[in-house]
Design a protein around this ligand. Sequence first.
Ligand SMILES: CC(=O)N[C@H]1[C@@H](OP(=O)(O)OP(=O)(O)OC[C@H]2O[C@@H](n3ccc(=O)[nH]c3=O)[C@H](O)[C@@H]2O)O[C@H](CO)[C@@H](O)[C@@H]1O
Ligand SMILES: C=C(OP(=O)(O)O)C(=O)O
Length: 507
Amino acid sequence: MSDYKGRIGNLIRDARKHRGLTQSQLAELLGTSQSAINRIEKGHQNLSLEMLARIGSALDSEIVALGAGPTHLRVNGPTTLSGSIEVKTSKNAGVALLCASLLNRGRTTLRKVARIEEVNRLLEVLTSLGVQTRWLNDQNDLEIIPPADLDLAHINEEAARRTRSVIMFLGPLLHRSDSFELPYAGGCNLGTRTIEPHMSALRPFGLEVKATDGAYHASVNRAVEPGRPIVLTERGDSVTENALMAAALHTGTTVIRNASSNYMVQDLCFYLQKLGVRVDGIGTTTLSVTGVASIDVDVDYAPSEDPIEAMSLLAAAIVTKSSITITRVPIEFLELELAILEEMGFRYERSEEYRALNGETRLVDLTTHPSELHAPLDKIHPMPFPGLNIDNLPFFAVIAAVAEGQTLLHDWVYENRAIYLTELNKLGAQVKLLDPHRVMIEGPTRFSGAEVVCPPALRPAVVILLAMLASKGTSVLRSTYVIHRGYEDLAERLNQLGASIETFRDI
Ligand SMILES: CC(=O)N[C@H]1[C@@H](OP(=O)(O)OP(=O)(O)OC[C@H]2O[C@@H](n3ccc(=O)[nH]c3=O)[C@H](O)[C@@H]2O)O[C@H](CO)[C@@H](O)[C@@H]1O
Ligand SMILES: C=C(OP(=O)(O)O)C(=O)O
């Protein structure tokens, strides 16, 4: 019995850390004392079901759900990987296209969609609005049929709050309704992520949004139209997507300046073209969109492969000093990353280029060779595309940890992401946080197994998993929902390459 209480205490501690709360902060949310939380976490306290439910809701985590507790991974290392693995389509194009399907009154079929939790949350939201969605086969083809009228009053708030992508409903919805509400967007906990750029991009289409009581209250003034080019205040991916979607159903030509030309934006542009929207300037920072008054077509689109998953697999091969073949790598979105890796001494071969199913994106197969890496001469920092991808930066932390010498990583983008990289120290790395945006990494590292709770951010969580593959002994990575948010069957697929990763639950 006391063991049972201890296990529940551990679950609560993990969920609290995952939310980034101290014991005192959780106590405050529950109207109790820090010492009570301490007793609960140590398993020294009887808990009523009601208290468990309150803790669960304060931590946004179901503490006790029969057979459905959080999943953890047990990793036995060190591993050498071998064989071949195919890159899946991207999370970020997947979610953008799900939002964009709301522009179309006809049926959208998306091919080979990544079957990940972020997509599942958006599908739950779409279903709650009355959209019919259906997985068609084990190839992950997905059919989406919107209703004549969306049931915005019954939006699944719980699902919506767990993803940031719901913010991309603003662009399509402003054409469907004069006033509507959306719950606040979630996503990775990376510090404050402003939505103001979205507002200033959509204001020219008459959208006004007030954010109060946990919701965005949107109203649309149909008399307002973009009279001059829309200049994005940030070259963000989802803000560009929102502006594109708003422009798609605006008759006339809208010019969007300082647009992101990143991979998910390009996939959205190709999809819009299939819907009959004219988009010029794809791949550049000035997009010109000639919209149509209504869209009602049955359309089929295949988003491209995920450059971030490809980078994750490259990092897996590098830290485990393995030779593997990674197929369907969207090379045009990974060229800079590979150039830096080459400078660091990474050896690999690449095949001839071929096209993704969207007929546009250039793909290659890469075969990695075990390489002795050294630190790069200059610091590594991300930039909007064609710079080094912002979501790829964390993978350079674990790569730098196996390289000889000192590497400086500068994540100017996110307030809270670099700090999670210091979790690598639990496995023996030397990652020094210089300030909230910069880490200095000293290699090479002899990783050794440890227990780590997933940080509340997708990429840093995967980085820790990859270091565990290279760690001697057994490691445990707890509460892995955040990884499933962006990767399909990652552990199983790494196991097919020879890793030893077991998935388990506490209760
Ligand atoms: C669903 C989706 O597609 N998510 C991606 C998208 O999120 P998303 O488009 O939502 O990114 P954000 O709007 O949160 O931007 C990321 C951060 O960069 C800052 N910023 C961005 C652009 C800029 O020119 N200047 C600037 O300062 C923002 O203030 C923010 O702090 O883009 C991020 C940055 O590539 C990626 O990490 C996310 O994976
Ligand atoms: C930050 C990320 O995602 P999101 O925008 O969905 O939080 C990511 O993909 O690394």
